[in-house]
Design a protein around this ligand. Structure first.
Ligand code: CP
Length: 308
C-alpha cells in the first residue's frame, strides 16, 4: 500500500506527474468530476486546520467522492485513549483513503503502518507537511515557470516550521537552487536538515538575521508564522513573534519579479497592505493546494486499484 508521509516518498518524476495532473485539472475540471464516485476520503485532524482539511475535502468532492471527517481529538475516541494505530485500522473499515494531521511527529507513519488504505500526512507536529510542499511547488512552477535556478529566501520560524523542512527537501532536488535562511538565532533551521539535506547534496545556503539585506537577491521569499503552539515558554514566543514583518517599504527592496509565498495562516508577518501587490502569491498558493491534493488522491487511489 502506497502512503505519502514525507515529500521524499515521492520521486522527482512523480512530482512532475502530479504537477501535470494538477495543471490538467485546472484546464479541464469537468473531466475529473466523478472519477472518485462512490469513494470516501477520511480527514482525521487532531490539530486545528482551515486550508489543509477544507482543501482535501473540496478536492474529494470535486472528484465526485465523499468525505468522513474527524475534527479535533476531543470529538473522537482518541479522547478515550484510542491509539493512532487502532484509529487507522478502524478508519480503514469505512474509507478508501486517509488524510491525517496530528500534533505528534511520526503519528502519520504509525497510521500508515497500521492502515490497509493509503495514508497522507497532512502535518505531523514540527516534522513534515508534504501536501503543503506540493501546493508550494505548483505555485512556484506556475509563477516562475521553473523549479530550478532559484534563489529562495526562507524567513521566520525555520526551527518549528514543518513546511520549510519539507520545501527544502523538495527544492534541493532541482538544479541550481540556493537558500537564504533568514531567522533569529533561536529559530534557526535545525542542524539535522542542514546535515541530512543541504550539506550532503552540496546545496549552497547562507544564514542571516536580516530580511532587508536578503531581499534584493531573492527570486522567491517564503514567509512563515512563528509557531506559537510549539513553544514551551510563552515569554520566548512573545519576544520572537514579530521578528519579521513584511511591509510595503520592505517590498521596495525586492526585485519586480520576486514571488512572496506563505503557507498561511499569517498572524502579523505579512502586512495586509501588500496583498494587492502582484508579487504576493499566497492566496494563489491556497487554491493550488486543492489542485495538488486532487492530483495526489487520484495517484494514490489508482496505485491502490481503488479507481481506474
Ligand atoms: N498551511 C496550512 O497547513 O494551513 P492550515 O493549518 O489552515 O491547514
Amino acid at each position: 500500500m502506497r502512503h505519502v508521509i514525507d515529500i521524499l516518498d515521492l520521486s522527482t518524476d512523480e512530482i512532475r506527474s502530479l504537477i501535470e495532473t494538477a495543471q490538467d485539472v485546472i484546464a479541464h475540471p469537468g473531466d475529473y468530476y466523478g472519477v472518485c464516485g462512490g469513494k470516501k476520503l477520511a480527514t482525521l485532524f487532531f490539530e486545528p486546520s482551515t486550508r489543509t482539511r477544507l482543501s482535501f475535502e473540496a478536492a474529494m468532492y470535486e472528484l465526485g467522492g465523499n468525505v468522513l471527517s474527524v475534527t479535533g481529538a476531543g470529538t473522537s475516541s482518541a479522547s478515550k485513549g484510542e491509539s493512532v494505530a487502532d484509529t487507522a485500522k478502524v478508519v480503514s473499515c469505512y474509507a478508501d483513503i486517509i488524510a491525517m494531521r496530528h500534533p505528534k511527529e511520526g503519528a502519520a507513519l504509525v497510521a500508515a503502518n497500521n492502515a490497509s488504505i493509503p495514508v497522507i500526512n497532512a502535518g505531523d507536529g514540527g516534522h513534515c507537511h508534504p501536501t503543503q510542499t506540493l501546493a508550494d511547488l505548483l505555485t512556484i512552477r506556475r509563477e516562475k515557470g521553473r523549479l530550478g535556478g532559484l534563489n529562495v529566501g526562507l524567513c521566520g520560524d525555520l526551527k518549528f516550521g514543518r513546511t520549510v523542512h519539507s520545501l527544502i527537501n523538495a527544492l534541493s532536488r532541482y538544479e541550481d537552487v540556493r537558500f537564504v535562511l533568514i531567522s533569529p538565532e533561536e529559530l534557526k533551521l535545525p542542524s539535522y536538515v542542514k546535515d541530512n539535506v543541504l550539506k550532503p547534496n552540496g546545496i549552497p545556503y547562507s544564514q542571516t538575521a536580516s530580511l532587508e539585506e536578503a531581499l534584493p537577491e531573492l527570486d522567491l521569499l517564503y514567509m512563515t508564522r512563528v509557531q506559537k503552539e510549539r513553544f514551551f515558554n510563552e515569554e520566548d514566543y512573545l519576544r520572537l513573534k514579530d521578528s519579521y514583518v513584511l511591509t510595503p517599504d520592505k517590498m521596495k527592496l525586492a526585485g519586480p519579479d520576486m514571488c512572496v509565498l506563505h503557507p498561511l495562516p499569517r498572524v502579523n508577518e505579512i502586512s495586509v497592505s501588500i496583498d494587492d501587490d502582484p508579487r504576493a502569491c499566497y492566496f494563489k498558493q491556497v487554491l493550488n493546494g486543492k489542485y495538488m491534493r486532487m492530483a495526489l488522491i487520484l495517484m494514490l487511489l489508482r496505485d491502490a486499484g481503488t479507481i481506474r
